[in-house]
Design a protein around this ligand. Structure first.
Ligand code: ATP
Length: 332
C-alpha cells in the first residue's frame, strides 16, 4: 500500500506499535463483546487446567488482531510463536513450526487464509488431535510417520474469513468478529497512546484525530504520531488547530480519507461514470493490489456511505459523488 498513513505496518513502525500495545484484556479498548467472550474462554480453560480452544480473529487490518493474540499468550502466561500464512508455503514449513511448540504455547498465524492448501490439511489434524503425519520418501516407497505434538492454542487472524475452507473454520472453538471502533473508543485509544508517549494533547485535538481515524486504532496511533511531530517541530500545543494543520499536510481529510481512498473514489466516479466497476479493473486503474482495495479501502468507503458493493461491481453513492466535488448526475 502506498499511502503514508495506511493501515499496513512497516518494520520501522514496529517499535512504536509495540510500545502502544495493550498488555491485557482490561487494557484493550472497545470490542466489549469480544473481550467478554474471550475472558470466558480463557477462564474456563484455566479452571479445567487445559489449553483454551483455538481462536479465529476476523476483521479488517489494524483493529487489534495481533494485539489480541499477544494478550491471549500473556493471560495464559505462555510464550507466543508468531508466523503468517504466506510464510507457510509447504506442509513441511508448518510441521517445523508445530513440532517446535512447547506445552501450552500460543501459535499465532496471521493472514491464515493465505496458507498453502497442503499445510491446511496438516493443520486440521494438529488442531483436533495435537498430532501430525510426516511423509517420508516419495512415490511407492513413501510412508507417513505420526508425530505427537505438545498441546497448543492456535490463534488465527484473517481479513477474509470467507476465504477459509469450512473444515478449517469449523476447528476454531471461537471466532471473534472485530468491528470498526466507535469514535468515543478511538478517543480512548488516542488518550491512552498520548499518555504513554507523554504528549500533552487537548481534548479537541483528541476528538479531531478520532474523527479521522476510520474506526481503526492503528490509524489513530499513526495520526497521533504525525501530530506529535508537528507540535514538536513547530513548538505549538497539541490542539485542534495543530491537528488540522498536521493532517492536512499528510493529505488526511476531515472524514479520514487518505490519498488512496480518494483516488479509488475518484476513479469510480470519473473513469467509470460512478460504476458499477469490477474490483480488478478498479485496482489496475489506481495501480494498487486488489487485496489492498478490498480489505483496506473498500470496507471504509462502504461504511462511510461513499460507495456500495453490488453483484455487478462497485458503485459510488450520491455522498461519494459529492465528496469528489464532481457534479452529481440527476439520475442519482
Ligand atoms: N483495542 C485497542 N486498544 C488500544 N490500542 C489498540 C487496540 N487495538 C489495536 N490497538 C493498537 O493499534 C495498533 C495495531 O494493532 P494490531 O497490530 O493488533 O492490529 P491487527 O488487527 O493485527 O492488524 P493487522 O491484521 O494488519 O496486523 C497497535 O499498535 C495497537 O497498540
Amino acid at each position: 500500500m502506498t499511502g503514508e498513513l495506511s493501515a499496513q505496518v512497516s518494520p520501522s513502525e514496529l517499535g512504536y506499535e509495540g510500545a502502544l500495545r495493550p498488555g491485557s484484556l482490561e487494557e484493550f479498548v472497545g470490542q466489549a463483546k469480544v473481550r467478554r467472550q474471550m475472558r470466558l474462554l480463557l477462564d474456563a480453560a484455566q479452571i479445567q487446567q487445559r489449553t483454551p480452544d483455538h481462536i479465529l480473529l476476523a476483521g479488517p487490518p489494524g483493529l487489534g488482531k495481533t494485539t489480541l493474540s499477544m494478550i491471549v499468550a500473556a493471560e495464559l502466561d505462555k510464550p507466543l510463536h508468531q508466523t503468517s500464512g504466506p510464510a507457510i508455503q509447504h506442509a513441511g514449513d508448518l510441521a517445523a513450526v508445530l513440532s517446535a511448540l512447547t506445552p501450552g504455547e500460543v501459535l499465532f498465524i496471521d493472514e491464515i487464509h493465505r496458507m498453502a492448501r497442503s499445510a491446511e490439511e496438516m493443520l486440521y489434524l494438529a488442531m483436533e488431535d495435537f498430532k501430525i503425519d510426516i511423509m517420508v520418501g516419495k512415490g511407492a516407497g513413501a510412508t507417513s510417520i505420526p508425530l505427537e505434538l505438545s498441546p497448543f492454542t492456535l490463534v488465527g487472524a484473517t481479513t477474509r474469513a470467507g476465504l477459509l475452507p469450512n473444515p478449517l473454520r469449523d476447528r476454531f472453538g471461537f471466532t471473534a468478529h472485530l468491528e470498526f471502533y466507535a469514535e468515543d473508543e478511538l478517543e480512548s485509544v488516542v488518550r491512552r497512546a498520548a499518555r504513554l508517549l507523554r504528549f500533552d494533547i487537548a481534548a479537541g485535538g483528541i476528538e479531531e484525530i478520532a474523527g479521522r481515524s476510520r474506526g481503526t486504532p492503528r490509524i489513530a496511533n499513526r495520526l497521533l504520531r504525525r501530530v506529535r511531530d508537528y507540535s514538536l517541530v513547530h513548538e505549538v500545543p497539541g490542539d485542534t488547530e495543530s491537528v488540522r494543520a498536521a493532517l492536512a499536510l499528510y493529505d488526511v481529510d476531515e472524514h479520514g480519507l487518505d490519498r488512496l481512498d480518494r483516488e479509488v473514489l475518484r476513479a469510480v466516479v470519473e473513469r467509470f461514470g460512478g460504476g458499477p466497476v469490477g474490483l480488478s479493473t478498479l485496482a489496475v486503474s489506481v495501480g494498487e493490489e486488489a487485496e489492498t482495495i478490498e480489505s483496506v479501502v473498500e470496507p471504509f468507503l462502504v461504511r462511510a456511505g461513499l460507495m456500495t458493493r453490488t453483484p455487478r461491481g462497485r458503485v459510488a453513492t450520491r455522498l461519494g459523488w459529492e465528496h469528489t466535488g464532481i457534479p452529481v448526475p440527476d439520475a442519482l
